[in-house]
Each structure stands twice: as C-alpha cells, then as structure tokens.
Ligand binder design. Structure first.
Ligand code: SF4
Length: 372
C-alpha cells in the first residue's frame, strides 16, 4: 500500500515507461524532453526532498507534482495524440487520472490538496490495482483482500473458497460460495454464517427452501438501564409494535417506528425507556425483522445456543487456512489470490481425507480382529 504522493509518482512512471517504449528511447531521455524533474530519482519523495512535517512545504511539493503531471499530460496530447487512445498508454493514463481524481481535490486557497477523507473504492496500490482498504470494525482497518470459505461442518472439509477485495461487502462473497456448493450436488440443510452475510437476498431464499439459518443477530443497541428492543412486542402480521406500557404504534419493515410523543411524555416508565428530551421512543425495524426475531430467540434457549456454537467448526477451518496461508496476500489481484487460497484449501482437504481414512481403519480394526 502506498501513500498518495508515491501512488501518483508510480502511476506517472508507468506512463513515462509507455512513452519510452513508444518512442523507442531511454526513460531518462523522455523525462528530459518533457522537462520533468521528479521522476528520474528512485523515489518521488527523495526527489521532492522537503521537511514533510511542514504543512507549507508539503503543499508546495504537491503543487509541484501536479504541475509536472499536467506537463506530462500536455506533452502526450501534443506528441502522441493517437497513441494515448490505445493500450498500453491509454490504460496507464487512465490509472493516473483515476488516482488524481480519487486522492486530490481542489484547494479553496487555489491549486489542489490531498482529499479530506477516503474516496469510495480507493485504489491503494499501483502494483496491485485490485486491493482495497477494508474494515474489521469501525476502529480496525486492514488493506488487501478478504477470504471467504464454505466449510462442511459434518465432514470437516472446505467446499468452496473465494477472495474478494477488502472493501467488498461480505454478502458479495456468499453467492459464489453457495453456487460452488450447489454444483457439488450437496444439499444445504443449515447455514452457520457470520453476521456480515445476513443481509444477502439468498438467506431468506435458502430459509424458505428449508435450510436453518444459524447466526448471531444484528445488534440492537440501547442505553444501559433502558428497555431493549426485546422488551417490545412486535406483531409483524398486524404491522404494529406494543411497548412495555401497552402503547401500540404502526411499524414498517426497514423504517424507524415512533411511539406517540404525548403518550411517552406522560408515561411512568419513560425514564427506563428513552432519554430523548422531546418526542416518543423510537424503534428500528429491520428489513428482515422476522429473521432478526427468530435469531434473537436462538440465543435464549440451550438448544439454540448449542446450534450457534456449531459455527466454531468454521472458525477452526479458517484458523487452519490462515495458519497455512499466512495473512498477507502472496500475489497481486483477486484471481491469483483466489487460486492460492483454493490450493491451500485443497491441501487442507487432503489432510482431512487422510485423517478420516486413518480413523476409519482404526475403527474397523477391532472388528477385523474379531472376524479373524
Ligand atoms: S415511554 Fe413511551 S414507548 Fe416507552 S414504555 Fe412509556 S409509552 Fe411506551
């Protein structure tokens, strides 16, 4: 992963490399012809050579880089007007322009500045244009890719594996896994999934088809000491919610319901229910509220909790994969990293098959002795 300036520097060097190949000249000669000064050093930051803690110097360095990138693009327009429309120059130019657009923005004081915040789907590497920023939680960020696996809890083998850029929602990983499982003519009787997969449209479809969904429900946070959502009775058929004081309000899937302000103002339970200064208590109703309700009930019974614990097998499978593969992407791009993950999973399955064969032989041994 590279910072903005190095990213732009690498992208510009790729463009210059294409120009050198087109003109059949040395890179240094092309740089000299265009009049550039930043791209013949091994590192852009070394060429800029400023005190990076000084905001003024940093801004001037950025402006110098932007001026040279403009000069580069103008020169291409004048000398290679046709070649810039076709690969490989077109692709290198597209990358450079995309990086400028994603990482820079107009400075109200004039010129350009580094974009405030992170652009959506930000490219973070020139060498691997497919890797992305991802998040494990709001506080923990990681860069690269996410692994997705389908693990058979009965046989302990991995049935499918996918790699996707880190910023791809988990739900995008579910469909390819399930397609791969279906292609193996296996019947899915239960899906023990991580919460990230719950929002996929396939979940209700598989549930309707008879598969049990086992997952911890989406959280419904509430302030300590106040009524949680569980303490409200939700009647989805009648599209209404009843609060602990018996007040009824209409509900709509995917929307936030509000109890009447007048009733809540006069309610004796108000202190236990809401801290809002004005208005009534609100309740978020999930788009898949009926699923949420059923998942909530799971953790309230010993059988449900035991069913939820079965997912530990998937975690163990992932831990073995992680141990064998490591947690750094070995290759660039989704395709090669998917290939590597599947290779690791295949080896893991072979080990599992060997263990099952040895176990079957052990189990058979006493009977063979008896027969003898
Ligand atoms: S504050 Fe409103 S929602 Fe809460 S218990 Fe009282 S009437 Fe019901």
């Amino acid at each position: 992963m590279e910072d903005t300036l190095n990213l732009l520097g690498h992208a510009a060097r790729q463009v210059i490399g294409c120009l050198a190949a087109l003109a059949q000249q040395e890179v240094a000669h092309v740089i000299e012809q265009i009049g550039l000064t930043l791209f013949d050093a091994p590192s852009l930051k070394a060429a800029l050579d400023i005190d990076w803690a000084d905001a003024g110097q940093k801004q001037q360095a950025l402006q110098r880089l932007c001026d040279e990138l403009d000069a580069l693009q103008d020169w291409i327009g004048a000398h290679f007007p046709h070649e810039r429309q076709s690969p490989p120059l077109a692709a290198a130019l597209r990358t450079l322009q995309a990086l400028r657009a994603q990482d820079l923005e107009p400075d109200p004081a004039g010129g350009s500045r580094i974009r405030q915040g992170v652009a959506k789907d930000r490219q973070i590497s020139i060498h691997d244009p497919e890797m992305r920023h991802g998040r494990k939680s709001s506080a923990t960020r990681f860069d690269g890719y996410k692994r997705h696996i389908a693990h058979d809890l009965d046989e302990g083998v991995i049935l499918a594996a996918e790699v996707l850029p880190a910023n791809t929602p988990d739900t995008a990983g579910l469909e390819p896994l399930l397609i791969a499982v279906e292609l193996q003519q296996r019947q899915v009787t239960a899906l023990h999934i991580d919460r990230g997969y719950l929002g996929d449209d396939l979940i209700p479809a598989y549930e309707a088809y008879g598969a049990a969904i086992r997952c911890r429900p989406w959280p419904a946070p509430h302030p300590a000491g106040q009524f949680s959502k569980r303490e409200f009775h939700l009647d989805l058929a009648a599209a209404q919610a009843t609060c602990p004081a018996g007040q009824v309000t209409p509900i709509t899937l995917g929307k936030t319901a509000s109890f009447p302000a007048e009733a809540c103002q006069a309610c004796a339970l108000r202190a236990q229910c809401t801290s809002r200064k004005t208005g009534g208590r609100t309740l978020s109703i999930h788009l898949q509220e009926d699923l949420w309700q059923r998942l909530q009930m799971l953790s309230t019974t010993p059988e449900g909790r035991a069913a939820l614990r079965e997912r530990v097998g998937v975690e163990h499978g992932l831990a073995y994969v992680s141990q064998r593969q490591g947690n750094e992407a070995r290759y660039g791009g989704v395709r090669k990293n998917t290939y590597h993950l599947r290779l690791v999973c295949a080896i893991q399955n072979l080990e599992r098959a060997q263990a099952l064969t040895a176990q079957a032989a052990n189990d058979a041994e006493p009977f063979e002795r008896l027969a003898a």
